[in-house]
Design a binder for this molecule. Structure first.
Ligand SMILES: Cc1cc2nc3c(=O)[nH]c(=O)nc-3n(C[C@H](O)[C@H](O)[C@H](O)COP(=O)(O)OP(=O)(O)OC[C@H]3O[C@@H](n4cnc5c(N)ncnc54)[C@H](O)[C@@H]3O)c2cc1C
Length: 491
């Protein structure tokens, strides 16, 4: 094969004289979706080989915070005193993760969520501590096991859908966010289980293209190892699980341009290759414009003030899931945000525990009055004054009729007053990808499954079509990864 690493066109098996490796199920990528697929395929009796581009297992998942979105009445939810139902979980996910969610996927995900919890906790050995973290924040600073991670208990959802926390975090001490977070304690037991089941792994193996037989069935993978071509035969099926396209600038520019130059919560290996390899076989795509968006400010601070856009106007209830704040800022408000907060509220926020002390930014402007602050910020005269006047008028009665922030967080803004400059403080990863069935078959543009080809994780469009909840990626990656492994094994 010519040394053209950008050539994603499929190869035909007829031209291949020698297979370097062979297995029933071949999995590309040893992150969360790949590990779940490998374990499930091996549990179904298949001989499994995982091909991983880096020198070890883990992917973004091992660096991640570890939230796994599960609910419908898991043992951890019950132990922490929360009632949840499959119906409430479905209603929330359909309302918050759209528009345009795959309803069948969400139904399957919610109906299977308690079983998935048992699989992770009892069969794989992922530890969950029976304690709830209820403070505003991106993650629990300690090893608590459960947190609200989607805005379930905030407007607009809490008015109509019974809220329950669904962010389940594996227990781990000495977390180092971005290096070895709670996600490590998901990946370690998953990969240990894979090894115990006889799953083989080949590292430093960069998957390049798919290999098909004369009928168009996927029967293998072509890869590169230290520049050398390697061929791998899959007797039953191939599972693609190589992550998002957040680090492929061309794809980001084409599909999700607001994210250009700001990839976050992903790794450089997320270059969209699996998506393009499958596209070259006619695979369909979904929700390529959808993005997770992190907002780089400590929620303990911004929940106690008001967030305004470049025109000095509020645009969201500040007590919601910070990822919703990120999306609203980047997508709807031109990536411009300021936190307007009085000194007492700022000091109170600083005194509270957090997992993100690095996101406790100093105010850029400080003034005795809002008109002075507004002038210093360079906002049109009267714009911020009108915003604060309306907010304070209702806050005096503990209400926020504009956005529905809960009374416990609504307090009139006093003096001295400051503004924190949060323009450009967002980053994220892509949520769109290959269109797959509820059994993780990769679908052709005709709607038919591509024989022999399965996929899961962030190279697919999962349960999120637009909105996001923390835990949805490790959640749908592990859930639909399992289904991919089972289906590829022919179980
Ligand atoms: C700091 C941080 C915090 C996060 N917090 C959370 C959280 O709390 N909850 C949550 O749900 N999500 C979280 N995420 C996101 C989540 O980790 C990812 O979205 C998720 O791991 C995606 O799963 P995946 O299996 O698709 O990809 P990964 O877990 O990244 O696995 C993909 C694997 O494929 C490999 N690969 C890539 N290309 C090739 C190739 N050509 N050939 C062979 N192998 C290849 C990669 O090296 C990688 O090992 C976080 C991410 C980060 C970085």
């Amino acid at each position: 094969m010519a040394d053209n690493s950008d050539d994603v066109r499929p190869r035909t098996a007829t031209g291949i004289e020698h297979w370097d490796h062979e297995a029933d199920v071949v999995v590309a990528g040893f992150g969360v979706a790949g590990a779940a697929a490998a374990v499930a395929a091996a549990q179904a009796g298949a001989d499994v080989l995982v091909l991983e581009r880096t020198g070890g297992w883990g992917g973004a998942a091992a660096m991640s915070g570890g939230f796994i979105y599960m609910g419908g009445g898991t043992p951890l939810q019950k132990a922490c005193g929360f009632d949840d139902t499959v119906d409430a979980m479905k209603a929330f996910m359909k309302a918050a993760l759209g528009p345009g969610v795959d309803e069948d996927k969400i139904d399957a995900y919610c109906e299977g969520s308690v079983d998935h919890y048992h699989w992770l906790a009892d069969e794989i050995g992922v530890p969950f501590k029976e304690s709830f973290w209820g403070e505003p924040g991106w993650e629990p600073p300690g090893d608590d096991g459960l947190q609200y991670t989607g805005g379930e208990n905030a407007a607009p959802f809490n008015a109509t859908i019974p809220p329950a926390p669904r962010g389940h975090v594996p227990q781990m001490s000495d977390k180092r966010t971005g290096e070895q977070g709670g996600g490590y304690m998901l990946m370690k037991p998953l990969t240990d289980t894979a090894a115990a089941l006889g799953v083989r792994a080949e590292y430093d193996m960069r998957v390049q293209t798919l290999i098909t037989d004369e009928e168009g069935r996927v029967v293998g993978i072509a890869a590169k190892r230290f520049g050398k071509d390697v061929t791998i035969r899959a007797r039953r099926g191939v599972v693609l699980a190589t992550g998002s396209f957040a680090y492929n600038d061309t794809m980001v520019e084409s599909y999700a341009p607001r994210l250009k130059g700001r990839p976050a919560a992903s790794i450089e290996e997320h270059d969209g290759r699996a998506i393009r390899m499958a596209q070259a076989l006619g695979a369909d795509l979904a929700h390529m414009d959808a993005t997770e968006v992190a907002f780089f400010c400590d929620p303990q601070l911004f929940v106690r003030g008001i967030l305004v856009n470049g025109r000095g106007q509020r645009y969201i209830n500040e007590d919601t899931y910070p990822g919703r704040v990120g999306q609203a800022t980047l997508i709807e408000n031109d990536n411009k945000a300021y936190l307007v907060i009085d000194e007492a509220a700022y000091e109170e926020g600083l005194s509270r525990p957090t997992s993100s002390p690095q996101l406790r930014h100093q105010p850029k402007w400080v003034a005795e009055t809002v008109p002075e602050l507004e002038a210093e910020m360079g906002l049109p005269a009267g714009a911020l004054q009108a915003t604060v006047e309306v907010y304070n008028r209702h806050a005096a009665g503990g209400e926020d009729p504009l956005f529905g922030k809960k009374p416990e967080w609504v307090r009139p803004i006093g003096s001295p007053v400051a503004a924190v400059d949060l323009r450009g403080m967002t980053g994220g990863f892509t949520l769109g990808g290959l269109r797959t069935s509820v059994d993780s078959e990769v679908l052709h543009v005709t709607g038919e499954p591509i024989p022999g080809l399965f996929a899961a994780g962030r190279c697919t469009a999962g349960v999120c079509a637009g909105g996001y909840a923390s835990g949805a990626s490790l959640g749908d990656g592990s859930f639909f990864g399992r289904r991919a492994g089972r289906a590829a094994a022919g179980a």
